[in-house]
Design a protein around this ligand. Structure first.
Ligand code: HEC
Length: 173
């Protein structure tokens, strides 16, 4: 080969090489951009997922708190209702017990005219019964000439007893 040809081959080789290297540089910077874009995408979606996670966790926590509060409120309500029921029942128990000494004349259902003289007391209004019993206790009521006899029956009853007994008699239907 002569010098000219060798030079040409060398030039081509250098050009090709540097072209190649230019190409690969371009490619690697392209790759870097792609990678950076991918990384950004990944990071973005990761952040989005984390945000979603936090949001759903927060929602869950709020839900749980609301549920707990609702449950507590429900429980408290039913507890209060039960206590109220219990109190009423107790009172009724008390009234029922106190009424035991009246059944001989007024009947277990309160529907007997006592000694053929009294009105039927079952189902009368609580306030009326309370008033009448208190009047017998005070000795100021005598509707059928037997007020004194009734005074003897109720003179030892406390206000509380009278209220309970009146409620019980009123509830008899
Ligand atoms: C020995 C029978 C007898 C017993 C026991 C008795 N009562 Fe009477 N009761 C009567 C008679 C009689 C009358 C009517 C009294 C009158 O002249 O006002 C009466 C009247 C009443 C009245 C008024 C009715 C009305 O509408 O005018 C009430 C209320 C009453 N009794 C409640 C009671 C209670 C409560 C007891 C028990 C703690 C009781 N009595 C026990 C005989 C009895």
């Amino acid at each position: 080969m002569n010098k000219r040809i060798i030079f040409s081959v060398a030039t081509i080789a250098v050009l090709t090489f540097s072209g190649c290297s230019n190409n690969s540089k371009e490619e690697s910077s392209k790759n870097a951009v792609t990678k950076a874009a991918e990384a950004t995408k990944e990071t973005t979606s990761e952040v989005a997922n984390k945000a979603k996670d936090v949001a759903s966790k927060t929602t869950e926590a709020v839900k749980e708190t609301v549920n707990k509060a609702t449950k507590t409120a429900k429980e408290t309500t039913s507890e209060v209702a039960n206590k109220a029921k219990e109190a009423t029942n107790n009172n009724n128990e008390k009234g029922k017990k106190a009424f035991n000494k009246c059944v001989g004349c007024h009947g277990t259902d309160g529907k007997t005219k006592a000694l053929g003289k009294s009105k039927i007391i079952a189902g009368q209004a609580v306030a009326d019964l309370e008033k009448k019993i208190n009047e017998y206790k005070a000795g100021t009521r005598n509707s059928a000439g037997m007020g004194q006899l009734m005074q003897g029956q109720v003179k030892d009853l406390s206000d509380e007893d009278i209220k309970a007994i009146a409620e019980y008699i009123s509830s008899l239907k």
